[in-house]
Design a protein around this ligand. Structure first.
Ligand code: NAG
Ligand code: NAG
Length: 174
């Protein structure tokens, strides 16, 4: 079994720019404590994140330390971090929406908030009922992407919560 952190190793020269965590999700997510490796504290969602669209599709649990993003026939929803970060270890505990998810993308990514586009992506491409999700990763530096990798997961991401992590430091993005 491949450990998650060997999924995508890129050594790139990235402008050292602040990136924000964005989760634009058309699915169900339990998310808390990105940027806190290992020992996660129960911090209310609203302390670190703001919803970005379709606010009524976000449900809060456990005093706001866990949230669910809902997808229906009309819209998904998303949120982003209030702060920007320069380097870090970012983890998200996510369960994909089951059933027919064809045409949807669940994304967990870091993105710069200015003109020169830097981005580190996890994108889960939905599929028909019974067909597997595909995970696509990408890295943009100074507006240049073209580093897509498609990963066929060895587990069903709709059955349980899994932790997806990005490690970003001066030397590498893993
Ligand atoms: C959503 O669309 C599907 C397929 O068109 C339909 O079967 C289902 O009833 C719709 N659900 C709602 C809540 O409108
Ligand atoms: C959907 O699943 C099929 C395999 O059954 C695969 O070939 C296809 O690439 C998948 N599509 C997406 C968008 O993940």
């Amino acid at each position: 079994m491949k450990p998650l952190n060997s999924l995508h190793v890129e050594e790139i020269k990235m402008c050292w720019k602040m990136l924000s965590i964005l989760v634009c999700i058309l699915c169900i997510v339990s998310a808390a404590n990105a940027a806190v490796p290992k020992k996660a504290a129960d911090v209310p969602f609203g302390k670190n994140y703001v919803p970005t669209w379709a606010f009524d599709h976000i449900k809060y649990f456990n005093g706001g330390s866990e949230i669910q993003l809902n997808l229906d026939n009309y819209t998904g929803t998303g949120f982003q971090s209030k702060r920007s970060y320069l380097f870090g270890h970012f983890s998200m505990h996510i369960k994909m929406v089951g059933g027919d998810s064809a045409g949807t993308v669940t994304a967990f990514y870091l993105s710069s908030q200015n003109n020169e586009h830097d981005e580190i992506d996890f994108e889960f491409l939905g599929n028909r009922t019974g067909q597997p999700y595909i995970l696509q990763t990408n890295v943009f530096s100074g507006g240049k992407g073209n580093k897509e990798q498609r990963i066929f997961l060895w587990f069903d991401p709709t059955k349980e919560y899994h932790t997806y992590s990005i490690l970003w430091n001066m030397h590498q993005i893993v």
